[in-house]
Design a protein around this ligand. Sequence first.
Ligand code: GLV
Length: 328
Amino acid sequence: MTKPKVLVARAIFPETITRLEQHFEVESNQTDAAWSKAELIAKLQGKQGAFTTGSERIDAELLDACPDLKICANMAVGYNNFDVDAMTAHGVLGTNAPDVLTETTADFGFALLMATARRIAESEHYLRAGQWTKWAYDMFSGSDIHGSTLGIIGMGRIGQGIAKRGAHGFGMKVIYHNRSRLDAGLEAECKAGYVSKDELLRTADHVVLVVPYSPASHHTIGAAELALMKPTATLINIARGGIVDDAALAVALREKRIAAAGLDVFEGEPKVHPDLLTVPNVVLTPHIASATVPTRRAMADLATDNLIGFLTQKKALTPVNPAVLATR
Ligand code: GLV
């Protein structure tokens, strides 16, 4: 019996390739070459499965050109690189990688919040540049985390993880805004109170964004929202590029309309808005919130399990368009 064919679109753990090869004929991009869309389409010819990472756009144009494709397994919890409607219309299953990265990503959100509020990156650059010649009472004074008000926009699993860290670990008052309100039990677990987005922006000392990207959440934070925030507030984006209007944020940071920001995701990444690179009061990291070895392995394993499950038994653990499972 011939094995199904799978394309691995980006470099990944060698063990992942070995495991995939037990079930599939595998072509992989272990050199991590930057493929154009035309190259990706060419590589997908005759392939039934694709292992994607979130940087490959799977849309109607690609699906029309790749009639053998049956599943795209994203090694990411976010899947805004998928045109889910087009995939469903083409009978192509999409899967993502939720849960396995929740705690690691919540840890990172908190780390970025701490680094931003306590000006860790900025002060480290100052020290490395040899500028530290004497101590001063107001040197790199930041804002407190403990006892402050934490506002979370997007209260899914990762948002809840951040809420628990804030409420239970740092005695923060936690408020949140979400498309739908959590049930009373979850609110109590997170010690979090539901408020409107405007109230959250007006009252939070620290605002953390964990909302998934969609056209509806584009520029959840723009100039108008930044204007509502306290001048002492910090803003953290670990969600997706495009949730924040990066140009407007750079202006707000430069004019000290908010105190500081910590960003792990950017509009048009890996490009970063040039104005963000020149303001000192922002901590910038290259989309690494889930980057620990065990978590990245678990994400790769889950994408692999989805490919194996679907292409060998028509089952998938974490489908994003489960309707396709019913038709296969
Ligand atoms: C990372 O951004 C992910 O969606 O997993």
